[in-house]
Design a protein around this ligand. Structure first.
Ligand code: GDP
Length: 436
């Protein structure tokens, strides 16, 4: 996502480095390049125009800083303007004064609503809420079933019409779901609605009827970032037909251009609340305009990385591991736990993508072989607890057994064990040097 744009902007801004003073001509040339980069990334024209006008005005204006050189000053302005078009402050969900808070999801078919419903439910449950998912997409065969599967994965109950009762009336289902939420004390209700392949009146009417029946606290418009410029027209149609209070961008993993993300907020005036970046329930994040802007400018998204790490790592366990490293007692069991913890944060390439300068690390990222990590995991799992605790006992016959059990060659076991011993020795030496 944003790779091309990010590369282009980084190059444009890098060219300014080393200039003692920026002439108006320098600024015009830079803005021209930025304009092309944004248009190529599929950002809507009115958004590009306003963005460029702002950057130009501020860069040529009296904004003189003692602390920054002219090039840094332009980077700062571009960064701030990017944050601005992405919505400024991070917007949290509005909660109802009296529970349940009702959140309705609207959008085209295939936008990722049902998937998102599961992600959001899991996210909210993780924050201590007790959400109820509601299946109001009664049009698409299998949609109810799909939500049930998603709900099960997220560990969140699903309210759906009884099977065999005909197609059913989604408005009625929504209304009864709210009653059920009150009765069973769910503090949040997530209503998944039907989409269509294109915008049509019937779709809008049904969504508006559900809206009127359940009076949602939030209506989230779910939009596929891969549909490019169409995202803007679709958003406008939903804004006029149903109205919405916030936007969720999906499939950010798939779109290298990302113009939709940069346009939707500006065009509809509604904030982006969440971003979805994959098919798994974990591929989901609160949308932070400032972090997204620094990612686009190749400044990395270290804050998100830290937050993800905090969610996954257990501080106490980390401390124990550090102590073991210092005393040279690290076991393969510890190693496995650390690997699992890191992998819980998502694919390694995604993690690397959040680091500053990620654009230049693409080759390294391509080389991160998830399959290799899978194999390491399988090998360690194929060992007995005693072998994991004291890898020295892994003799030739044990190596053969482990290799057979985990379906790899004996040479891979040798490699893993040898490298583990080397790493342990090195870590002990380093720990000694740093006084751990
Ligand atoms: P709905 O019709 O709006 O409910 O859309 P679905 O939730 O059924 O999603 C449509 C397809 O997009 C499914 O195959 C999902 O797995 C996929 N999908 C949803 N969100 C994402 C995402 O963030 N990234 C990717 N790559 N695929 C997604």
């Amino acid at each position: 996502m944003f790779d091309t744009l990010s590369d282009r902007l980084t190059t444009v801004l890098k060219n300014l480095r080393g200039k003692g003073r920026l002439s108006d001509a320098d600024i015009d040339a830079t803005c021209r390049e930025i304009r092309i980069a944004l248009l190529e990334a599929d950002v809507a024209l009115p958004v590009v125009r306003q963005f460029i006008a702002q950057v130009k005005e501020r860069a040529k204006g009296a904004e003189v800083s003692e602390a920054l050189n002219p090039a840094q000053q332009v980077v700062k302005i571009v960064n701030e303007e990017l944050i601005g078009i992405l919505g400024g402050e991070t917007r949290r969900l509005n909660l109802a004064k009296t529970a349940p808070t009702v959140i309705m999801l609207a959008g085209l078919q295939g936008a990722g609503k049902t998937t998102l419903a599961g992600k959001l439910a899991k996210f909210l449950a993780g924050q201590g809420h007790t959400p109820l998912l509601v299946a109001c997409d009664l049009q698409r065969p299998n949609a109810v079933n799909q939500l049930q599967v998603v709900g099960e994965r997220a560990g969140v109950p699903v309210y759906a019409p009884e099977p065999g009762n005909g197609v059913g009336d989604p408005v009625d289902v929504a209304r009864r779901a709210i009653e059920e939420a009150r009765r069973a004390q769910h503090d949040m209700v997530l209503v998944d609605t039907a989409g269509r392949l294109g915008v049509d009146e019937e779709l809008m009417r049904q969504a508006a009827d559900i809206r009127d029946a359940v009076q949602p606290d939030e209506i989230l418009f779910v939009v596929d970032a891969m549909i490019g410029q169409d995202a803007v027209t679709t958003a406008e149609a939903f804004r006029d037909g149903v109205g919405f209070t916030g936007v969720v961008l999906t499939k950010l993993d798939g779109d290298a251009r990302g113009g939709a993300a940069l346009s939707v907020r500006h065009v509809t005036g509604q904030p982006i609340l969440f971003a979805s970046s994959g098919e798994k329930l974990e591929d989901f994040d609160v949308f932070h305009p400032d972090r997204m802007a620094s990612r686009i400018l190749g400044m990395g998204d270290v804050l998100s990385l830290i937050e993800q790490a905090e969610q996954v790592f257990d501080a106490k366990q980390a401390e124990q591991t550090a102590a073991k490293i210092g005393s040279g007692e690290l076991t393969l069991e510890d190693f496995l736990e650390q690997m699992l913890a890191i992998r819980k944060m998502g694919p390694i390439a995604n993690l690397l993508g959040m680091l500053p300068g990620a654009g230049q690390m693409k080759d390294a990222m391509a080389q991160v072989d998830e399959k290799h990590l899978d194999r390491l995991q399988a090998i360690i799992r194929g060992m007995t607890p005693a072998e994991r605790a004291d890898p020295k006992i892994i003799n030739a016959s044990r190596r053969l057994r482990i290799a057979n059990g985990s379906g790899v060659a004996v040479s891979e076991i040798n490699d893993l064990v040898n490298r583990f011993f080397d790493a342990r020795k090195m870590m002990k030496q380093m720990a000694g040097r740093f006084g751990l």
